[in-house]
Design a protein around this ligand. Structure first.
Ligand code: FMN
Length: 299
């Protein structure tokens, strides 16, 4: 056993937000999904106040080692999330973490208050990769912005608040330290790294409908490792490390760099059971060496 900010988990592998659609998977696999759920907790795709269509196509560009996505956070919006999605997600056999994003502190506060009030929700993850419409600054790119956001939402719930850091800023570690001081319970990193692909048919024009997108998968693994180590050097909060994890070795690397738990994103598109495989390999490794559970707090 391990835990996420005090929430007991069967193993240390979660899904990364937006990369595993549990509702669609349930439709395809039925109750088999509940009997063999690959992750120790389920993190939802980002929920926003209003419904979003997402970005125009094309939305994906495959890289030699990963992909660039410009999905643009399509979702049903808060009201339909609460009435339609949440009851279905509550049937999953693992704790539920709801990822939210807003374009102002007030918007994020409304989201946090509404989702954290629901008994089905164990924790809230704040996706801070969004500009604050009032200041023009990316909420998670500036320590002052992040601290201001936490100060606004911290009083609204006693449930764990996890700040999902963006790598697209000068110092994720400084943002992490600000989040810790302002009352965050945990950190997750990294979100996708801003990237771009050009249209092979139209020189100089971007391929993705959104212009730029977010790079994920093995291409960002080394960046994730460096940023987790840097953040761990500045904060004592629990860290969920992610970025290019495909094997138990990659998960172990992130844990050795300072993560307490790991999340798997892009690799789930290739192997939806990857979370289960990595968790089993980690248990095996720990049984062989006695080392891993020490890292995840068990020994
Ligand atoms: C297709 C796709 C959709 C994503 N959607 C979200 C999202 O809704 N909210 C969020 O916070 N992160 C989102 N992410 C970022 C992932 O949660 C994760 O931070 C990132 O992909 C790095 O992990 P990975 O290399 O294992 O994919 C998305 C990533 C991908 C590839």
């Amino acid at each position: 056993m391990t835990d996420l900010c005090g929430i007991p988990l069967a193993h240390p592998v979660l899904n990364a937000s937006g990369t595993f659609d549990a509702i669609a998977a349930r439709r395809v696999f039925g109750d088999a999904l509940l009997e063999r759920f690959p992750f120790a907790a389920f993190v939802t795709k980002t929920v926003t106040l209003e419904p979003r269509q997402g970005n125009p196509p094309p939305r994906l560009w495959e890289l030699p080692a990963g992909l660039i996505n410009s999905i643009g956070l399509p979702n049903n919006g808060l009201a339909r999330f609460l009435t339609e999605d949440l009851p279905e997600l509550a049937e999953l056999p693992v704790p539920l973490v709801v990822n939210v994003m807003g374009s102002s502190r007030e918007a994020v506060a409304r989201l946090v208050a509404a989702v954290a009030a629901r008994d089905e929700v164990a924790a809230v993850e704040l996706n801070v990769s969004c500009p604050n419409v009032k200041t023009g600054l990316l909420m998670g790119a500036d320590p002052g912005e992040t601290a201001g956001l936490l100060t606004a939402v911290r009083p609204l719930t006693a449930k764990p608040l996890i700040v999902k850091l963006t790598p697209n800023c000068t110092s994720p570690a400084a943002v992490a330290a600000a989040a810790e001081q302002a009352g965050a319970d945990g950190l997750s990193l990294l979100n996708t790294v801003r990237g771009m692909a050009l249209d092979p048919q139209r020189p100089g024009r971007p391929w993705l409908g959104g212009g730029t997108g977010g790079v994920s998968g093995p291409a960002v693994r080394a960046v994730a490792l460096a940023q987790v180590a840097e953040v761990r050097g500045r904060v004592g909060l629990p860290i969920v490390g992610m970025g290019g994890v495909q094997t138990a070795r990659h998960a172990r690397d992130l844990m050795e760099a300072g993560a307490d738990l790991v999340a798997v994103g892009t690799e789930s598109f290739r192997d939806p059971l990857v979370g289960e495989r990595i968790a089993a390999e980690l248990v095996q490794t720990s049984a062989n060496s006695g080392e891993l559970w020490a890292l995840s707090g068990e020994a």
